[in-house]
Design a binder for this molecule. Structure first.
Ligand code: COA
Length: 347
């Protein structure tokens, strides 16, 4: 329990202590504000220096290119060509260095974030906060995945009410919208999330929105069970995906933070391939389920009793999801395989 003064003298001495403490607090806060101003000035100066460097390097690259073309003529000796190649290599490294520097400087929001959040700075300025935000994003996805799994189970097997389905679809719209915002913030903070995964969430928002407006009728009932079973399966895959991605995040963080690495790059690669080979069959099955949903909806659209525009819209959305997910996943795996080959060659 906190000490509470009883007599007047105790109150006076307590007040004196509080006064001194308050003075210290004021000094610390003044220093904090001063440092914040210094940080802001440093940020502006770094931004300026980076843009200057970028511009000058661009001009220099163009001049070097001209010199190289001239080197084909006898005026430039082969001895001059070596330094030119060296400078060009250094310029490439410099570009990566600028990207790393910019990840810790405030950035202008993209169009989507400007529209949703306005012109507020969403750049997190240290690596721990960046990791913590990503970690929180993965936990949020996991938590919502469990809720969506339970909800779809209830709608699929326990209660069949259009109103409950509407609440479920509304939850999906909200969930995917939130993901697009969080992912845009992550990208702003240097995450390498591929554009398709963000677009995937825009398309999913659209799809859930259309499902929400689909009126109850024979066609809705025809597709309902398949849709809810697909949602159950997708939540299950999402659960596996979250487990893989949180593990990957944890391991990469350990690689980045530890100096005497007890977790090696090769160790991470082998863990990643084990995780991926387990996950991929489930992912591909999910993609083909999306294709199956799309074909089912297109077939329903051809039925003479089909009057609802939602049938065609949902069919197209599932087709887009299938193509985007399937080909992007293939691309990601191919890219990882090629990187792996390059690494084993250099070792
Ligand atoms: N959604 C959100 N972010 C994703 C993502 C996804 N589907 N796939 C990858 N990312 C993120 C990663 O977390 C990583 O972020 P970071 O730079 O902040 O660390 C970045 O993108 C680069 O990841 P990458 O190395 O390309 O892939 P990975 O090893 O993390 O994951 C897969 C590879 C194939 C497992 C993953 O892309 C995936 O699950 N894709 C399938 C999604 C799908 O089809 N869902 C529908 C199922 S029915």
């Amino acid at each position: 329990m906190l000490f509470s003064p009883s007599g007047v003298s105790e109150c006076l001495s307590e007040w004196e202590d509080l006064e001194k403490d308050y003075q210290r607090l004021q000094d610390t806060h003044r220093l904090y504000k001063q440092k914040l101003e210094e940080v802001t000035k440093l940020q502006v100066s770094c931004h300026g220096a980076i843009s200057r460097q970028k511009k000058k390097l661009k001009d220099l690259t163009a001049s070097l290119e001209e010199c190289k073309n001239e080197s084909l003529t006898p005026e430039l000796s082969p001895d001059d060509v070596d330094p030119i190649t060296e400078i060009e290599d250094s310029i490439k490294d410099r570009t990566d260095a600028f990207c790393e520097m910019e990840a810790f400087l405030p950035r202008k929001n993209g169009l989507y974030l400007s529209l949703v959040l306005g012109n507020v700075n969403v750049t997190l300025l240290n690596i721990q906060t960046k990791f913590a935000y990503k970690d929180e994003y993965e936990k949020f996805k996991l938590f919502l995945t469990v809720i969506i799994f339970v909800f779809s189970f209830i709608c699929r097997f326990l209660f069949s009410y259009r109103a409950l389905d509407a609440v479920f679809n509304f939850l999906l719209v909200w969930y995917y919208c939130t993901l697009t915002i969080r992912e845009s913030i992550l990208i702003n903070n240097g995450s390498r999330i591929k554009g398709w995964w963000v677009s995937h969430h825009y398309v999913s928002t659209f799809l859930s929105g259309v499902m929400l407006t689909w009126p109850k009728g024979a066609l809705y009932q025809m597709f309902r069970s398949q849709f809810l079973s697909y949602c159950l399966y997708r939540s299950f895959v999402q659960f596996l995906q979250c487990y893989y991605q949180s593990g990957s995040l944890y391991r990469l963080r350990a690689l980045g933070e530890r100096h005497n690495m007890d977790l090696t790059i090769e160790g991470f690669q082998s863990w990643m391939w084990r995780g991926l080979t387990f996950l991929l069959p489930f992912l591909f099955f999910g993609h083909f389920w999306q294709l199956y949903n799309s074909v089912t909806l297109f077939k329903m659209f051809l039925l003479p009793e089909c009057k609802e525009w939602q049938v065609l819209m949902c069919g197209c959305a599932y087709m887009v999801l299938f193509m985007g997910n399937f080909f992007t996943t293939l691309g990601v795996v191919y890219q990882k395989y090629m990187n792996n080959q390059d690494k084993s060659k250099t070792l």
